[in-house]
Design a protein around this ligand. Sequence first.
Ligand code: CDP
Ligand code: MG
Length: 714
Amino acid sequence: MSKSSKCESQRCDEAKSLPISRHRDALVRAVEDHVFLVVTGETGSGKTTQLPQYLYRAGLWKAGNIGITQPRRVAAITVAQRVSHEMRFTLGKEVGYQVRFDDCTSEATVVKYMTDGCLLREILADPLLSKYSIVILDEAHERSLNTDILLGLLKKTLCGVDKGSEGRSVPLHVVVMSATLETDKLSTFLGGCPVFTIPGRTFPVTSSFGSAIGPKDVNGSSYVNEVVRVALNVHSGELAGDILVFLTGQSEIEKACDLLYEKAERIDYRYDVQDQTVEGLLILPLYGSMPTDQQRQIFLAPPTGIRKCVVATNIAATSLTIDGIKYIVDSGFVKQLNHNSRVGMDILEVVPISKSEAQQRAGRAGRTSAGKCFRIYSNEFWEKCMLEYTVPEIQRTSLTAVVLTLKCLGVHDVIGFPYLDRPEERLILEALKQLYQFDAIDRRGRVTRLGELMVEFPLHPGLTRALLKAASFGCEDLLLPLAAMLSVENIFIRPGHPEKQKEADKKHRRLAAKAGGMNDFATLLSVFQWCKDSDSPSAWCKENWVHWRALKSAFSIETQLCEILLRLKQKRDFPVEVFTGNKSELFRRCLCTGYFTNVARRSVGKTFSTMDGHGTAVHVHPSSSLFEHEAELDWLIFHDMMVTSRVYLRTVCPIRYEWVKELLPKLHQVDVYELSNIAREEVDEEEVAKSESKEAKRLTEGSDKDVASKLEKR
Ligand code: CDP
Ligand code: MG
């Protein structure tokens, strides 16, 4: 038997000895007996991989599918792989998965792992979830935005508010799974439902603080070198046992792995390591956008004498359990999407983790024996820079897409919706305002025709609006590839080596120039097309320092977006418009309809100012083809921002003021309180009609023009 297949069969035996296995029958009964059930147990006890199998074997799938949601796509994919393997099914048959833009299910699929976002989309098409008999919301403690919304929706439907079960032939059972935290709160929220606790055994973990990272490093300065140093110390100074290192993202993880390879090469195992049974180091990265076959390696036991060192994002904190870990090296940071009120946008930021998160990370070392956690940050950092608990995503990110989804589901009162933790009203109002600006809802807070079309696309509403505009002109071929390119990460390779970096930069500049120059959106579009049209797309990517894997995903995403659009065009009376200008102008004008909330105008020198009312001073990012051409520019739109000590705009293109002139006043005119009041109350149609005619009068009397002319003068 080969080493790897031996490991695989060993692991199937282990499934039987997981803490959950002794509670199999009681668990199945508890699910059958209740509408809502909360299941809790230490991470690694077998909740995610085993419970769906128990329910399957008990025959519960005969009444309808078993769906399991995950906040992270990697978890959905790897767990489905694992479970189909344990059950000896081909992945995509009885057991499958679906994540955004990647559907690996078939007619035969009855156990379906998916992201929470996917289930939310399914509810849009089928509010009673009639295909399912059991829905499991996994990792509820992560408090992802979509899981929180699903909790509220299912509570609303099944706790009798809407009596949603009435239309179903069989009742729906909902299981909410959570690592030990907050189970009482969940149970209370779900009408006092029972909590099933899987007793687990954990071993003590001793944690120590370092001295390299203190409160002055709170913005995430260089901790990679320190993490690498500590990991190597563990390797040379500690007894056998695998290491798990927590960092924040792909590029950082790759850098750390490179450094580790380099330094591990120089170890002389006769003299440099304490434990003489340790003869080598196996370094493995683990992050979300990694190819899945590579991710599987993480779970395999290393060869005898070899110490495994996994360098991971937060995904290894709860979603995925790696056996054999005895040592943790904790950077103390995480990458998080936060609404930044300074710039009025969601920004991906590196921030300190919370204390509870740090404890969760440390706990990963104590699953099978006593372990150690090395925190590279100081005790003072812990005291001064780390919150007690992580703030739920619903309280820190933009709610625009979610509010539109809720409204399309008939939830008009988005303020009175049953939230497990209520988002600040400010965030809800901000979402309503954006939807109104995009014409997705009307003054009464009701979804418009455009809004109904927009909700069908798993994209940011602004980008969807630009895409729909292009489609109405019959030029969706310009926006579909762009939307796909903006939906994948890291198109352009950034090598660590300075010489190679220069070479890559040169190639990237050449691509931008060939695409017409000074328009980053057009560059993305052209890269997509050139690569697709080339004889060997993978060779083309290599030659041009472009990530082939990212492009491959973009091709598949474009096809899927195209299918959605075709379906909509067939089903509804799709708007049609005519345009008589050149293609470059048409492209940018379509972009303006979705990106007018992201307009900046040059103020002085190389500084621009945003036009959304925040008036933030911003700069063009050095990676943009517009960088160092700032003096030639006046108005521009941008895709996103990066906030360091300065605010940078990324993916930028110049526009003309006339193209946004009519749209910009909308940014300043919305009365969010009106939108929200109407969202809250049953609307008095007559009053609304009166106020609308008043509003129309006010607009024609020139306030619109006033704002426009003021903007022009600025
Ligand atoms: O959900 P919970 O944290 O309770 O545990 P789980 O994810 O079901 O993990 C149970 C066991 O399956 C652990 O020992 C994991 O290491 C293992 N597992 C695996 O080997 N490969 C996967 N893709 C997922 C889990
Ligand atoms: Mg789990």
